[in-house]
Write a protein that binds this ligand. Structure first.
Ligand SMILES: CC(C)(COP(=O)(O)OP(=O)(O)OC[C@H]1O[C@@H](n2cnc3c(N)ncnc32)[C@H](O)[C@@H]1OP(=O)(O)O)[C@@H](O)C(=O)NCCC(=O)NCCS
Length: 169
C-alpha cells in the first residue's frame, strides 16, 4: 500500500518503523485528546508484530514519511469503529508536534479520504473529534467533512461525529 502526496508518503508498516511510531504514541501532547500516552515498549512490540502481518490489513493506520527528511512524522489512516451501534470507518490523523501547523494533517487526511472512496470503495467515513481539539476539527472541516451529531463514547467522553459520504465528496 502506498499513497504519495506532494510532501508526504503513506505506506505499509515496516518493522523498523516501530520505534518512531511508539515515540509518537508515547507523547502526552500528541495523545492529549486520544486517551493519553501509550506505553512505549508495549507499542513498539505491537507495531513490530503488526508489521509481520501478511497480507497487511486493508483498513489500517499507515506511517507517514516526510519526503524531504525521509523521517516518520505521523500516523494516518482508517480504523474500524462502532459508533452508536453502527459500524463506521474512522479517519485518524496523528502527527509529531515538531511538524504541526504545516498543513501535513490536511494533506495526508485528504489523500486517505480519496483512497478510502476510490480504492477501497467505502461509502462513508467519519472522524470523532474531542470538542477541545480545535486543530483536529479544523482538519475534518478542511477535507470536507460535516458535523453530524455528538456521541457518548464507552470512555464516558462526548465526541463530535464529523462524516462524509462518497457521493457528497
Ligand atoms: C490535529 C493534528 C493532526 C493537526 O495537524 P497539523 O498538521 O498541524 O494540521 P494542519 O496544519 O493540516 O491544519 C491544522 C488546522 O488547525 C488550525 N489550528 C491549529 N491549532 C488550532 C487551535 N488551537 N485552535 C484553532 N485552530 C487551530 C490551524 O490553523 C489549521 O487550520 P487553517 O489551515 O485553517 O489555518 C495535530 O495537531 C495532531 O497530531 N494532534 C494530536 C493527535 C490528534 O489529536 N489527532 C486528531 C484525532 S484523530
Amino acid at each position: 500500500m502506498q499513497i504519495e502526496t506532494e510532501r508526504l508518503l503513506l505506506r505499509s508498516l515496516r518493522t523498523d518503523d516501530a520505534q518512531a511510531l511508539a515515540t509518537l504514541w508515547a507523547d502526552p501532547k500528541v495523545t492529549q485528546y486520544m486517551g493519553g500516552p501509550r506505553d512505549r515498549e508495549k507499542s513498539r512490540q505491537g507495531f513490530e508484530e503488526d508489521a509481520e502481518l501478511s497480507p497487511p490489513p486493508e483498513i489500517d493506520l499507515w506511517p507517514v514519511v516526510e519526503k524531504a527528511s525521509a523521517q516518520i512524522i505521523g500516523h494516518c489512516g482508517l480504523i474500524d469503529k462502532e459508533v452508536d451501534g453502527q459500524a463506521e470507518f474512522e479517519l485518524v490523523y496523528v502527527f509529531a508536534p515538531s511538524v504541526w501547523g504545516k498543513g501535513y494533517a490536511t494533506e495526508a487526511a485528504s489523500a486517505v479520504k480519496n483512497y478510502a472512496f476510490e480504492e477501497l470503495g467505502l461509502e462513508r467515513i467519519v472522524s470523532l473529534v474531542d470538542p477541545r481539539n480545535a486543530a483536529s476539527e479544523r482538519v475534518a472541516i478542511k477535507i470536507g467533512m460535516q458535523f453530524e451529531k455528538e456521541t457518548l463514547r464507552p470512555s464516558g467522553k462526548t465526541l463530535r461525529v464529523y462524516a462524509l459520504h462518497a457521493s457528497d465528496d
